[in-house]
Design a protein around this ligand. Structure first.
Ligand code: FMN
Length: 171
């Protein structure tokens, strides 16, 4: 059934710290509240990431562009921190939490876990956004700039898409 909700945007979830830093791909990410700023991500207990988010109670949502597709695929198909050796990403300090951000990402949203609840075969981690960084060229005047950044979406298992370089105005 869930393929009927696709295409969905794809994100990278950074968890852990130091040698134990890990990155996985995640589609099931959403904003939950404006004030306080809350976001949610569904992570299967089978993921190494699940263990790290449960342990450190924080995570970063990194926003990859199309240029990071190869890294997204490695993050989404390999298990555990050793995959980072195969990836072409640079980990940088986050502003408010110990879990690092990804330099190449269009944005990094730093979250502290405020709730974790199991729904079926996934755990829904709720994070309060405590900091963020972003690339100026990807977000102009408080809006994503689809003309200059290639925001990535996931269509089907091996299939990814990006957005048209065009804005359709509603009025
Ligand atoms: N797994 C989840 O638990 N939740 C997701 O939302 C999710 N979305 C994914 C999106 C894409 C594009 C891909 C390729 C995979 C996705 N996965 C998701 C699967 C994990 O990314 C994958 O199992 C990964 O290898 C887990 O890494 P880890 O064990 O190092 O945490």
């Amino acid at each position: 059934m869930h393929h009927l909700i696709y295409p969905m945007r794809t994100y990278l979830i950074v968890s852990g710290q130091g040698e134990e830093t890990n990155v996985m791909a995640a589609d099931w990410v959403t904003v939950l509240s404006h004030k306080p700023p809350l976001v949610g991500v569904a992570v299967s207990p089978k993921r190494y990431t699940h263990r790290l988010i449960s342990k450190y109670k924080e995570f970063v949502i990194s926003v990859p562009g199309l240029e990071m597709l190869r890294d997204v695929w490695i993050a989404g198909t390999k298990r555990g921190p050793s995959k980072l050796k195969e990836m072409n990403i640079t980990l940088v300090d986050s502003t408010k939490i110990a879990t690092p951000s990804i330099k190449e990402a269009l944005a990094n949203i730093e979250c502290k876990v405020v709730d974790a609840r199991d729904y079926g075969d996934h755990t829904w981690f709720v994070g309060e956004v405590v900091g963020y960084t972003y690339k100026e060229e990807a977000f102009k005047n408080g809006k994503p700039d689809v003309m200059s950044a290639n925001f990535l979406a996931h269509a089907a298992w091996t299939d990814f898409v990006t957005f048209e370089k065009k804005i359709y105005k509603s009025e």
